[in-house]
Design a protein around this ligand. Structure first.
Ligand code: XLS
Ligand code: NI
Ligand code: NI
Length: 440
């Protein structure tokens, strides 16, 4: 397997921070221990097939700029197999263990539903043999129910049940592919499940429709032996103006409302968090507090524009804070860290794909080490526990236990008078975070 990236060695080595070799890891040392687990065990990185191998660099102002040797065949099935070859060569050279795909990324849509299924089966079989040969595993699969023109007004939320049926057929086949390839997750990202005008949209009806599809997916998935977790990936806008899965809190409410909490968890994407006006840290914490942080799409947005720019993660404090949430909940069971990120339109060399992933992996390796030390030293836990200590005793305890009444609290406030004001020390805590980033 040395066809598409001949300029890259068989395996990207770990050379440490002192190395000048751009094709080496500076911080990601797969077998190094952080706490009781190796970096590789903590950081279940996955390559996103769509951006890495199907991305063309196109934007609203111009067509593709990335020329890819694996995308030259004129027969779509030949091109699909060559792209799969490139995927496994790339992943093996990087030393990553997982990949993620949409059905339509790996196999072309056919003229009929049956033909599409057959195309997918052929590629899945080939992928399975590659997985066996390389030890690479599937993290999660999903169905692309948003690119085809039939999904213009949504897939499961489409006013036409025949469109719903096409989406259902895709989900069924993608679930089967996920099970065959041993994926531990199956993702639903909203795609076009949202609306742009309430003048033609019955929002309540559409939300019931998508809940129906999710229940069917659970029933079918479990019936064919899927033991993993179903994930919903929140996003507030793009492609529709109002996406139903706006953010983590909205999706948690939806799962509760439609009785889907048992089988689902959340796949939180950094850039979707910022599109929703939140921080990545906030979205991860909301999901984790509910016991529902299942997987993460690691990327970043551009703070100066409101698009899903899907850049590679490069911000150390963001990575450290994210890993703190992950470590506190003891990992991501069925999920991992999927690089849902693309190289910029101007980064057209295939080497740029390696540099981007190396940078993302180093960023999260460093973030992991920093997060581990912050937790070991209880840097934030100690002041946090002091801050809320009033609720561990007396009236605070009565409030949380549900025993206190408004009347009794009024008397308490009246008797004890004005509370002493205590600084939140935010700047001081930020200084400590920076010190850990610089010194870990
Ligand atoms: C798009 C989403 C998508 C999902 C998978 O914004 O991030 O790439 O991760 O369908
Ligand atoms: Ni994503
Ligand atoms: Ni995205």
């Amino acid at each position: 397997m040395n066809t598409y990236f001949p300029e890259v060695p068989e395996r990207i080595p770990y050379e440490g921070a002192g190395s000048d070799n751009p094709l080496s890891f500076k911080y990601y040392d797969a077998q190094a221990k952080v706490g009781s687990k190796t970096m590789e065990q903590h950081l279940k990185f996955a390559v996103a097939y769509w951006h890495t191998f199907k991305g063309t660099g196109a934007d609203p102002f111009g067509g593709g700029s990335l020329t890819r040797a694996w995308a030259t065949a004129t027969n779509p099935m030949d091109a699909a197999i060559q792209t799969l070859d490139a995927n496994f060569e790339f992943i093996s050279k990087l030393g990553i263990r997982y990949w993620c795909f949409h059905d339509r990324d790996i196999a072309p849509e056919g003229a009929t539903v049956a033909e599409s299924r057959d195309n997918l089966s052929v590629v899945v079989e080939k992928a399975l043999s590659y997985q066996k040969a390389t030890g690479v595993k599937l993290l999660w699969g999903t169905a692309n129910c948003f690119s085809h023109a039939r999904y213009t007004h949504g897939a499961a939320t489409n006013p036409d049940p025949l469109v719903f049926a096409h989406a259902a057929a895709q989900v069924r086949a993608a679930l089967e592919a996920t099970v065959v390839l041993g994926g531990t997750g199956y993702v639903f990202w909203g795609g076009r499940e949202g609306y742009s005008s309430l003048l033609n949209t019955d929002m309540k009806h559409e939300r019931e429709q998508i809940a129906a599809l999710l229940h069917m997916a659970v029933a079918y998935g479990r019936s064919i032996g899927f033991k993993g977790t179903f994930f919903i990936e929140p996003k507030p806008r793009e492609p529709t103006t109002h996406q139903y899965d706006y953010d983590a809190a909205t999706v948690l409410g939806f799962l509760r409302e439609f009785d889907l909490l048992d089988d689902f968890a959340l796949n939180i994407e950094a850039n979707h968090a910022t599109l929703a006006g939140h921080t990545f840290h906030h979205e991860l914490q909301v999901a984790s507090d509910a016991g529902k942080l299942g997987s993460i799409d690691v990327n970043r947005g551009d703070p100066t524009c409101g698009w899903d720019t899907d850049q590679f993660p490069a911000d150390l404090s963001e990575a450290a804070l994210a890993m703190m949430v992950v470590l506190r909940q003891r990992g991501l069971a069925h999920g991992g860290l999927n690089f849902d990120a693309k190289v910029r339109r101007g980064s057209f060399d295939s080497t740029d794909l390696f540099l981007a992933h190396i940078g993302g992996m180093d960023t999260f390796a460093r973030g992991l080490v920093v997060a581990h030390r912050l937790l070991e030293d209880k840097v934030f836990a100690k002041p946090m526990s002091v801050r809320y200590s009033g609720y561990k005793r007396g009236m605070g305890k009565r409030i949380l236990s549900g025993a206190a009444t408004l009347t009794e609290l009024e008397a308490y406030a009246d008797r004890d008078g004005e509370p002493e004001r205590i600084s939140g020390r935010q700047e001081g805590l930020e200084n400590i975070l920076n010190r850990y980033i610089l010194e870990s």
